[in-house]
Design a protein around this ligand. Structure first.
Ligand code: 6R9
Length: 676
């Protein structure tokens, strides 16, 4: 545990908080009249004196084969366990138990990108049947059983939740890799998860193009093999059943077309496995501060309780709602709030292929009108893009949202107001939900029928979540201090990951070492969860999130580790040193800027800049495309030789570089500035 790296802490810019507080907005009575949580008494149940039993409220929304004997086990902090002794199955809770009442109701509405392809409406009965068949295939054709891992590299198609739920039925741990990620990124995750099976699709649509996705599977398998992990079977779904739509040939003995193999499993039913609450449901990889992505390992009982409870009380989902979350299922938002939470409640959840602004910026509103969507969930990046490209489009469509969500990054009050007035037509409540891959579900948000909204501010802790702002020495900053600091969660909660897959030490170091008061303590109060975000608490107890304090760049709501990007840039032969810094961007929130110095004998050129860009796209994915590549004569460095990323970030963001007198080569700063 000695390798704990103290982060650079809160920057000066973050400490001084000078903004003007925004006005409050209030939920309309028609919303309050129908909401799932309107009674402040329920909220009071989540008060600190009822911890941890308050979370029984969420767990009781599920069906358990065996009830738990211990709500929260804190014997081995920070490895907290929830609902210990309880037995359940996540797939059973999302499907089987709804069949009596809802078998003919849509579980999923699938919207393919091409507008001339029909929307599919998949009932609970059909989803149940398809999940069972695929579970039979996983069991008998692949020999997978509870506790095994499998990697998915699937696009936004209904087959993705089908695969996830089939895994959950068997207790097989799924690890879905965002489809936009490269074959290399997929290989890293296959190796870390030790998966022997990869499930993918031949092709999918994005921005009007049918992309050959199977070719990434070949790259992933070849690279994984080089790293010592052999993928024995690749299961390939067809985007158009009956037709293989990829240029990439099948590999004999390894590759199988799911749509063909599945025929042997038609009409099969598989009993759901009876699994322990603290068993693992899935892995979700997220970028960390060192190069290697970390697999957030989520539990069955705690996670499912938490996402079901928050879907009910915060998203206000009811079975009769049409709920559309535009995130990709390859990110945590999609796992928690497209698949598991909504389906556990028997809702109708929309799955959307493509991007919100293609073929035009009216696309989301057309869909909302056609499907009667009444709950809408997206990110500030999407909202900014829709606002820029089609500011008046929402008015032309006849839809009515009761609730809208923003998640993934801080939202500027101006953008929030457009969302409220134009998209929400002043009818919808907005919740700004702050949380992370690691946390499973919402941490800060308003309860929509109870709390007033404040643009740009996430809100108080979610029910049963007690956040606090600590300075770098661990002292709590009072709400009235108007000072930014490290946001922590003072208590454990059921949605939090169990650990980092295969790396308990990194889990402790990353999230608990920073503010732990006593490593021997068994009292949860001594183990605040360190989120790695800077935030400020207003006097009303609302938290405003300012962004990451460590070196993770949040591009359009997706986290990229600077170290991962730098490692990729260093693959370019000419590059001697690389530093990647986040730069503010009007649309995406942040984009990476790449600074490189060249090896001797090479000189800067446009071609080389392009080569670096292409390498990042190839190694990581299009999401990593840099806003600018700066080929600099030298990096600003400390005397001990460390690259001063802070100075580079200030230059790229056109800010004051601050004190540079401690640099080994202060003159370089002016030279780099002159390149801006
Ligand atoms: C759910 C998700 C987590 C990081 C998080 C923070 C940023 C998320 C936010 C927000 C301001 C919000 N973040 N929601 N910042 N306001 N409502 O996005 O998970 O991909 O792991 O990212 O995103 O910086 O630490 P993940």
């Amino acid at each position: 545990m000695a390798d704990f790296k103290k982060n650079d802490g809160i920057t000066e810019a973050q400490i001084a908080v000078h903004w003007k507080e925004e006005d409050y907005y209030y939920p309309k009575t028609h919303f309050i009249a129908q909401a799932n949580m309107t009674d402040e008494k329920i909220l009071e149940k989540f008060g600190e004196k009822n911890f941890p039993n308050c979370f029984k409220e969420y767990a009781d929304l599920l069906d358990w084969y065996e009830y738990w004997h211990t709500t929260l086990d804190t014997n081995n902090p920070p490895f907290f366990k929830w609902f210990v002794g309880g037995k359940l199955n996540a797939c059973y809770n999302c499907l089987d138990r709804h069949l009596d009442k809802y078998k003919n109701k849509a579980a999923l509405h699938y919207i393919p990108e091409p507008e001339d392809e029909p929307i599919q409406h998949i009932t609970y009965q059909e989803l149940y049947r398809r999940v069972n068949e695929f579970a039979a295939l996983l069991k008998d054709f692949c020999g997978l059983k509870a506790g095994d891992t499998v990697t998915l590299h699937m696009p936004m198609v209904p087959e993705l939740p089908i695969v996830m739920l089939a895994c959950a039925r068997l207790g097989v741990i799924h690890s879905q890799v965002f489809s936009g990620f490269s074959g290399k990124a997929c290989a890293d995750r296959i190796v870390d998860a030790k998966s022997k099976v990869l499930i993918t699709m031949d092709s999918y649509y994005r921005n009007g193009k049918l992309l050959d996705h199977k070719k990434k599977a070949d790259i992933a398998c070849n690279m994984a093999k080089e790293m010592g992990q052999e993928v024995e079977k690749v299961l390939i779904w067809q985007r158009y059943p009956g037709k293989y739509s990829s240029e990439t040939p099948l590999v004999e003995g390894r590759d199988f077309i799911v749509n063909d193999v599945l025929k042997d499993y038609y009409h099969r039913e598989i009993e759901p496995e009876i699994l322990p609450s603290e068993g693992t449901l899935f892995l979700m990889y997220t970028s960390g501060t060192t190069g290697k992505p970390k697999g957030a390992q989520h539990s069955i009982g705690g996670y499912l309780s938490y996402v079901t409870g928050t879907s009910k009380y915060i998203l206000d989902i009811k079975p009769e709602d049409v709920y559309w979350c535009m995130a990709d299922i390859g990110w945590i938002t999609g796992h928690s709030y497209i698949v598991y939470g909504p389906l556990a409640l028997g809702a109708s959840s929309v799955i959307f292929e493509g991007v919100p602004t293609y073929p035009d910026a009216a696309r989301p509103w057309r869909i909302a009108e056609e499907l009667g969507v009444n709950i809408f969930h997206t990110s500030p990046t999407a909202i900014r893009a829709l606002r820029r490209l089609g500011p008046d489009e929402p008015k032309k469509f006849n839809y009515h949202f009761k609730l809208m969500v923003t998640v993934g990054e801080p939202i500027e009050p101006e953008v929030w107001k457009w969302y409220y007035h134009v998209v929400g037509k002043e009818e919808a409540v907005i919740i700004d939900t702050w949380w992370q891959t690691e946390t499973g579900g919402f941490l800060c948000t308003t309860v929509p029928a109870i709390h007033a909204m404040k643009p740009g501010s996430a809100g108080p802790g979610a029910p049963g979540i007690y956040p606090a702002i600590l300075d770098d020495n661990g002292n709590q900053l009072e709400a009235s201090s108007n000072k930014a600091g490290n946001i922590v969660i003072r208590n454990p909660w059921p949605g939090r990951m169990l650990t980092i897959w295969g790396d308990d030490e990194r889990f402790v170091n990353q999230y608990y070492r920073r503010f732990n008061r006593d490593p021997e303590s068994k009292d949860w109060r001594d183990w605040p969860y360190f989120a790695g975000d800077a935030a400020v608490e207003a006097p009303d107890g609302y938290f405003r999130i300012l962004g990451r304090i460590d070196d993770v760049i949040n591009v359009a709501g997706h986290r990229l580790g600077t170290k991962e990007l730098e490692s990729a840039v260093l693959l370019v032969e000419e590059v001697g040193e690389a530093a990647v810094v986040p730069v503010a961007d009007k649309i995406k929130g942040k984009v990476p800027h790449v600074f490189v110095s060249l090896k001797p004998g090479f000189s800067p050129s446009k071609e080389l800049e392009e080569k670096i860009t292409q390498t990042l796209v190839k190694e990581i994915g299009p999401i990593a495309k840099p806003g600018k590549v700066w080929i600099v004569p030298d990096m600003p460095k400390t005397r001990s030789g460390k690259i001063m990323r802070r100075v580079l970030a200030a230059i790229a963001n056109k800010q004051d570089v601050g004190d540079i007198t401690t640099l080994a080569n202060p003159d370089i700063v002016k030279q780099i500035q002159s390149m801006a």
